[in-house]
Design a protein around this ligand. Structure first.
Ligand SMILES: Nc1nc2c(ncn2[C@@H]2O[C@H](COP(=O)(O)OP(=O)(O)O)[C@@H](O)[C@H]2O)c(=O)[nH]1
Ligand SMILES: [Mg+2]
Length: 458
């Protein structure tokens, strides 16, 4: 990886397609001479130079702005030149081709960010936050990515590492110097520090989970008998006629997926074919697909069309309902039941008394739907707070979970045995797990995986 850094890399940094301006980026030791050759003039650091971009044989390729950033004062920490030309795909391709001909190498996806990381311009969570910021699908996700980019997540992890180091010093000293008169391990300060560390790990983990939720969202599958109103509810949630709704049972035969943002929470809603026995080949395939989606759902929203339940406000037997519809009741803890068509049958709307989540609503008019949406958000663990979490990824959550489990185990060992050896070892491994998050401890393979998911030119 270090050898690679001697290469000068080039890529188109703007999105494919046509735009007012398009940017080609160069980074590496040859960036300046390559840029100067193309511009036919010397480049002063941090100046916008308006110039002709010409090929080696003198042919005019484009006119635009060139900006040179001298190392280490650039995004990557290397010599960088940015060429801002006209945003046509052919123009930008020609500029890039010219630079490659002159000795630059096409950058791999994420290679600019990787170099920024290797040159200590960013830590890993910040580099990942850039990718998340670009991919953000909601304002809340943007906010949490920006928080991470500014270093809020790294700072929280850093703080955990400081707490951990302090504890390790304490515990290891007490093992190395057992003859000391004071018994370090019985010291109440040690116990309160351990408790504080566990609480801090839990709170950082909660912030990371919230961020991951904003990034990845959840999957909600609509299920029920034909004509229960699944497609109507999808349309109501989407705020538009996405699915075909008719009074004819069996209208929806294939899966229909909609990406929605419900008050900041990204949700993939899947409308499915109504569950019933059918001889129709297409409908049967639709039902098979519906079951497969239901099995993978974070939340299964079961729609029921039953006038009696509305009038009595009674809860259907959930286990019996699931067994009837799906052949088993495995989904008990992931199911929400919605009694639909409240406008038709009367009775209260909103959440009803039951030993599982139960709502009465009208998919047609939308009454009772906000209470259901609020429940979906709560069930997903989402709080629409301004502060938000950190834009976190699965690997961050894994590392935090491992660290938390280790420290908790270590604390239990200490309480059980009053000896520090196991605690010391647990703390050591927990510290490594946290180090993986910001990249203090990381293998080349891990880095490769992380940066290859970025887009080219970033
Ligand atoms: N009055 C009333 N009719 C509804 C409601 N929801 C759905 N329907 C009607 O029930 C029928 C079946 O709806 P649809 O959404 O296609 O059901 P699906 O088969 O579960 O997708 C259509 O005629 C809808 O207009 C509701 O809340 N109130
Ligand atoms: Mg339907």
């Amino acid at each position: 990886m270090v050898a690679n850094q001697r290469d000068t890399i080039a890529a188109i940094a703007t999105a494919p397609g046509r735009g007012g301006v398009g940017i080609v980026r160069l980074s590496g030791p040859q960036a300046r001479p390559l840029g100067e050759a193309l511009c036919g003039r010397q480049l002063t650091p941090r100046h916008a130079h308006y110039c002709d971009f010409c090929a080696g044989d003198g042919e005019l390729l484009d006119q635009g702005i060139a900006i040179y950033f001298a190392q280490p004062h650039s995004f990557t920490g290397e010599e960088v030149v940015e060429l801002q030309g006209h945003g046509g795909p052919v123009i930008l391709d020609q500029l890039l081709a010219e630079l490659l001909k002159a000795g630059a190498r096409q950058a791999r996806p994420g290679e600019f960010s990787e170099r920024a990381f290797l040159n200590d311009k960013l830590d890993l969570t910040q580099a990942e936050a850039i990718a998340d910021l670009i991919d953000a699908s909601s304002q809340a996700a943007t906010r949490s990515a920006l928080r991470s980019l500014q270093g809020a997540f790294s700072a929280a992890v850093e703080q955990l590492l400081v707490q951990m180091t302090r504890l390790r010093v304490f515990v290891e000293a007490s093992i190395d110097f057992p003859e000391e008169e004071i018994d370090f391990l019985a010291d109440s300060a040690l116990h309160s520090q351990l408790q504080a560390l566990i609480a801090a790990l839990q709170s950082t983990l909660a912030g990371a989970r919230e961020g991951a939720l904003l990034r990845d969202g959840i999957k909600v599958v609509l299920a029920g008998r034909p004509n229960a109103g699944k497609s109507s509810l999808l349309n109501q949630l989407a705020g538009r006629d996405s699915a075909i709704v008719t009074e004819q049972a069996g209208t929806t035969r294939d899966l229909l997926k909609e990406q929605l943002v419900l008050d900041g929470l990204p949700v993939e809603i899947v409308d499915t074919a109504g569950l019933r026995d059918s001889d129709d080949l297409v409908e049967r395939e639709g039902i098979r697909r519906a079951r497969a989606e239901i099995a993978q759902a974070d939340l299964c929203l079961l729609l029921v069309d039953d006038p009696e339940c509305h009038q009595s406000g009674a809860a259907p037997n959930l286990a019996a309902l699931l067994t009837d519809l799906l052949g088993d009741s495995a989904l008990l803890d992931r199911t929400v039941v919605a009694l639909n068509k409240a406008d038709l049958y009367g009775g209260a709307v909103g959440q009803l008394e039951a030993d599982y989540p139960l709502f009465a609503l009208s998919a047609a008019t939308g009454s009772g739907v906000p209470a259901l949406v609020a429940h979906i958000q709560k069930a997903a663990g989402y709080r629409a707070t301004e502060s938000g979490g950190y834009s976190a990824r699965r690997r961050h959550i894994d590392a935090l979970e491992r660290a938390l489990a280790l420290v908790s185990d270590g604390y239990r060992h200490l309480q059980a045995t009053a000896a520090g050896e196991l605690l010391a070892e647990d703390l050591r491994i927990a510290q490594q797990a946290l180090g993986e998050i910001t990249g203090q401890v990381s293998s080349d393979q891990l880095l490769g995986e992380i940066f290859s998911s970025f887009c080219i030119g970033k």
